[in-house]
Design a protein around this ligand. Structure first.
Ligand SMILES: Cc1ncc(COP(=O)(O)O)c(C=O)c1O
Length: 477
């Protein structure tokens, strides 16, 4: 039987008055949360629960579905059961501490849901994307031939960049004819695992990933490039691209991008820079020297959701020659656009993996629009400055060791005030205990087969006294 009146439940779900009432309460709740989170004396960073316990809580909560109407309690519980990135003791993963204006932009985006594959479904959003990526390209030092777009994360952006590299450098038109040659990429052994994954997705297999060893600062040993390249050629492989890190995931090290660019020019390779983390120095006059040569890359990946105050996922993929970005996917989609390859920036789906995507640009734009174009520079400078002061504190502490002087805001260190044979196991236990205590959040990693504690300074409110306090707690543990 068909129903000719809308159900009460549906009417209720779309009722503007309900939305207004709950929305006002929610903003108050979030503002209070922010205030508390920024006060480490009175707020836990995480109230850690074991996974099964957490699951039980939400299974129980779900039994109340539909019984309480629009409920603030649910949002309060979510906050209580989540890690608080705005807490100054959050120095864990490379996930940004979102500027609160993003939450407001998120509301606008989620009401509009202007998924932007095709222009009319995201007029403002596509134009904002153009403004934001043009601004980013300009900061990098690209000329006006450059162009880019925003996509869902560094992993997808790196894959898209390598697809573009393959379209440009494979001996034949891969999109229509496939390829039989053994294509390969050259990449630092310190590159993020998503680059390896992308190459495998592209059908290159293990043999097609030529990993170049790094030096003691975890940068590509450029003097080895020629040897690895010639060896690949002799074995019948065809290197198409070289990928530089700006900076690397484990240690934040910046490869010598100018030397890599020279090598690519010499061998006509596609030069791709994975600047997902450290490409953000493009916004900083003080630290952009670290990524010198980045403007010579054919493509650059830069995550707004790492050092640029934007919630995940939100990534720019920029092309030095913008027209190249239309060669990656050559597809007709009659219901969206008429021609395949024409360079219409306003149909963002022509250049991205996504068909429908979130209104990603609104968040980056809102931060710049509300706080000014210099805000990204302020944040990068602050995070890098603070990482250097933490490194100084660690260097002066007799019972701690720093793996390498940080170039970015990533520090690997370990507690050494115990017998040498216990370093690995005890540092692992320290990190686990810190999570359980819930007053600090750091992570751990393995470098040269040894365990290190790893901190990434992501919160501009984290300062020297917080670092000192962390070391004191570690000593107590
Ligand atoms: C250098 C680098 N590239 C790529 C990625 C993957 O990016 P995403 O998490 O945005 O997919 C990361 C993540 O940490 C990274 O550090």
């Amino acid at each position: 039987m068909t129903q000719d009146t809308i159900t009460d439940r549906l009417s209720e779900a779309y009722n503007p008055a309900n939305f207004r009432a709950l929305g006002h309460q929610l903003i108050d709740l979030l503002a209070d949360h922010l205030k508390k989170a920024q006060d480490p004396e009175n707020q836990q960073l995480i109230n850690y629960r074991e996974p099964e316990e957490e699951l039980k809580f939400w299974q129980n909560d779900f039994t109340k579905a539909g019984q309480e109407g629009a409920s603030l309690t649910f949002f309060e519980d979510i906050l209580e059961h989540s890690i608080h990135l705005h807490h100054p003791h959050y120095i864990g993963h490379q996930v940004s501490v979102p500027a609160p204006v993003n939450a407001l932009a998120g509301m606008v985006s989620d009401i509009l849901s202007n998924g932007t594959g095709v222009y009319e479904m995201g007029m403002a959003s596509n134009a904002l994307e153009r403004v934001v990526t043009d601004f980013t390209a300009q900061q990098i030092g690209y000329t006006t031939t450059a162009s880019g777009f925003i996509t869902s994360g560094g992993t997808l952006a790196n894959l898209t960049a390598l697809l573009a590299a393959r379209a440009a450098k494979a001996p034949q038109q891969v999109w229509t004819k496939g390829h039989e040659e053994k294509l390969a990429i050259m990449v630092s052994e310190e590159a993020h695992y998503c680059v390896d994954r992308a190459a495998r997705i592209l059908g290159m297999g293990s043999e097609g990933i030529i990993k170049i060893p790094v030096d003691e600062q975890f940068k590509i040993r450029t003097e080895l490039l020629e040897g690895y390249y010639q060896e690949a050629i002799a074995e019948g492989r065809i290197p198409i691209a070289l990928i530089g890190c700006a900076g690397s995931t484990a240690t934040g090290s910046y490869d010598n991008l100018n030397t890599l660019a020279d090598f690519c020019e010499q061998h006509q390779l596609w030069f791709h820079v994975d600047g997902a983390h450290g490409g953000a120095v493009a916004f900083s006059e003080k630290y952009k020297y670290l990524a010198a040569g980045m403007d010579r890359a054919d493509t650059i990946v830069l995550d707004y959701h790492k050092m640029l105050m934007t919630p995940a996922l939100n990534t720019a993929l920029l092309f030095k020659e913008g027209h190249r970005s239309y060669d990656t996917f050559i597809q007709r989609a009659q219901y969206l656009w008429e021609t395949e390859q024409s360079p219409e920036w306003y149909h963002s789906g022509k250049r991205t993996f996504e068909c429908t995507k979130l209104m990603l640009s609104i968040k980056v734009y809102a931060t710049l629009r509300c706080h000014g174009p210099g805000i990204f520079s302020d944040n990068v400078n602050r995070l890098y400055d603070q990482a250097r002061s933490f490194a100084q504190i660690l260097s002066e502490a007799p019972d701690f060791e720093l793996a390498v002087q940080p170039e970015a805001n990533i520090l690997n260190f370990r507690y050494t005030g115990i017998p040498r044979e216990e370093w690995d196991i005890k540092n692992g236990q320290i990190r686990q205990r810190l999570v359980e205590l819930g007053s600090f959040y750091i992570v751990q990693t393995v470098i040269n087969n040894e365990r290190w504690l790893r901190a990434t300074v992501m919160n501009p409110f984290t300062d020297g006294q917080h670092f000192q306090k962390l070391l004191a707690i570690i000593r107590t543990i």
